[in-house]
Design a protein around this ligand. Structure first.
Ligand SMILES: [Zn+2]
Length: 85
């Protein structure tokens, strides 16, 4: 069974993508472009990191080839049709 951490995303800093934790993305890179580490689709960080709250990645446009979205995942990973490069 494939398990991919849902607790990271990638942010674009000075033209390069860096994988960071969601709390960091939310707290330090609020305005930076963010993408899903699996399908490279644009994401936002939803939720709260105060107390026991859970942060999670939310795709701006859902994508059935993303293993980080078990609800819609077809079983075959593929890049987002509007992947950020
Ligand atoms: Zn994705």
């Amino acid at each position: 069974m494939l398990t991919v951490s849902q607790q990271t995303c990638e942010v674009q800093v000075d033209g390069a993508w860096h994988q960071i934790g969601l709390a960091e993305a939310r707290g330090l890179y609020t305005m930076a472009q963010k993408r899903c580490p699996a399908c490279h689709g644009q994401v936002i960080v939803a939720g709260t990191y105060i107390g026991a709250g859970r942060l999670k990645l939310q795709h701006r446009r859902s994508h059935i080839g993303c293993p980080l979205k078990p609800d819609t995942y077809t079983g075959t990973p593929s890049l987002h049709p509007q992947a950020l490069a």
